[in-house]
Design a protein around this ligand. Structure first.
Ligand code: MRU
Length: 369
């Protein structure tokens, strides 16, 4: 994505220094800070503390984390038991997004096929870079398929922009390129279809207000930041045509884990007959799970993220407390929207219904023995 004239991704491998580099998303939109990840503890910290975040990006970071383990720890990487336990630490950095496990597993399997330290390092790098290119391409295809949904909505409502509501950040910052939920929006905007995005601020870490608004602004997409609770009101007054969100893990039956508050948007959308779409690549499906509410692990984060609000004042980052000193707080980071509330999935293979039969038909090759 172009940021002030420079093509950028949220993660890349710098071949000159042989270093994994990331945008530190905690500082956006106020500062564009780049961080090097040279130690596995730094990779785990970056995922856990949300230097990098968003399901596909966490998957890519975990994948490159396997490379970092092998480079940093030298010949220890030839000890399969030790190597596997290091990979497990990476996989456990955050629990909800299935892409993390998927990315690490995929690179780990390629590494285990090799029998020398050098070939293991090369295999880890090759596979991680392949994952990143595939995920970028998947998001581009999600954009192409989702564009048609936006075009149909625009054709039904000539003379005004299509109003799309999104939650959290499922943009290029959360992926490698284009984003998942934002890919159709960027594609529509680039195709000359007038769009306007309602951006949920997404408390407590404000990924919508900080990141989605920043991204859309850089791309010139008209948008308005709203409070997390405004969506229902806007839907009741005909000011939302479509909801498109991303997901951190979706079961093969179509239950969707995404940022806390997504479920309430889906309920409001259903009550107002507004299509509710979820955009995702194959890496975000958890093919083993069938009951999202019972089976998807929901991350609980530090309650201080609720108690304190972070912002910028005179170019310095400040934190202010908003709760009484003695009030407990609980920070559930994700919720699950049942498949029955989802109109459809926008995937790299096309759009499908939110049902086990439609999902498994679209990805039939994965279920062949
Ligand atoms: O806690 P975060 O910021 O990692 O949560 C991210 C989301 O909930 C995104 O919507 C999801 O990962 C989809 S990213 C394409």
């Amino acid at each position: 994505m172009n940021v002030d004239g420079k093509e950028m991704r949220p993660i890349w491998f710098d071949p000159d220094t042989e270093t994994v580099r990331v945008i530190d998303q905690r500082w956006l939109p106020h500062e564009l800070i780049i961080k090097d990840l040279t130690h596995v503890d730094e990779v785990i910290h970056a995922i856990r503390e949300m230097v990098v975040r968003g399901a596909p990006l966490i998957g890519a970071t975990g994948a490159l984390g396997v490379y970092v383990i092998l480079v940093q720890k030298g010949n220890r990487g030839m000890d399969d038991a030790w190597f596997s336990s290091q990979c497990d630490d990476l996989k456990n950095a955050r629990p909800t997004a299935t892409n993390l496990r998927w990315g690490v597993n995929r690179v780990q399997a390629k590494v285990m096929e090799k029998t020398s330290h050098e070939t293991r390092i090369q295999a880890a790098l090759d596979e991680s870079l392949a994952i990143m290119e595939e995920e970028a391409d998947n998001c581009r295809k999600i954009g192409t398929h989702g564009l048609e949904l936006i075009r149909e909505t625009a054709d039904r409502n000539p003379g005004r922009p299509v109003n799309i509501l999104t939650h959290c950040n499922a943009g290029w910052l959360a992926c490698i390129e284009y984003g998942t939920a934002t890919a159709p929006i960027y594609a529509a905007h680039d195709a000359g279809i007038p769009v306007h995005v309602w951006v949920d601020e997404t408390r407590p870490l404000n990924q919508g207000a900080r990141l989605t608004a920043w991204e859309l602004g850089k791309h010139g997409v008209p948008h308005t930041v709203i409070t997390d609770n405004a969506g229902g009101h806007l839907m009741q007054h005909g000011r939302v045509d479509l909801v498109i969100v991303g997901t951190d893990r979706t079961t093969r039956t179509g239950d969707v884990a995404n940022k806390i508050g997504t479920y309430l948007k889906a309920l409001a959308a259903r009550d107002n007959d507004i299509p509710f779409y979820v955009a995702l690549p194959a890496s975000t499906f958890d093919w083993d799970l069938t009951d999202g509410i019972r089976e998807i692990p929901i991350e609980e984060r530090d309650p201080d993220e609720i108690r304190y609000v972070r912002g910028w004042h005179d170019d310095a980052m400040i934190q202010v407390r908003i709760t009484p000193m003695d009030s407990p707080a609980a920070n559930h980071a994700f919720d699950v929207t049942p498949a029955r509330l989802v109109t459809g999935f926008i995937t790299e293979r096309g759009v499908c219904d939110a049902s086990e039969s439609a999902i498994t038909a679209l990805y039939a090759d994965r279920f062949k023995n």
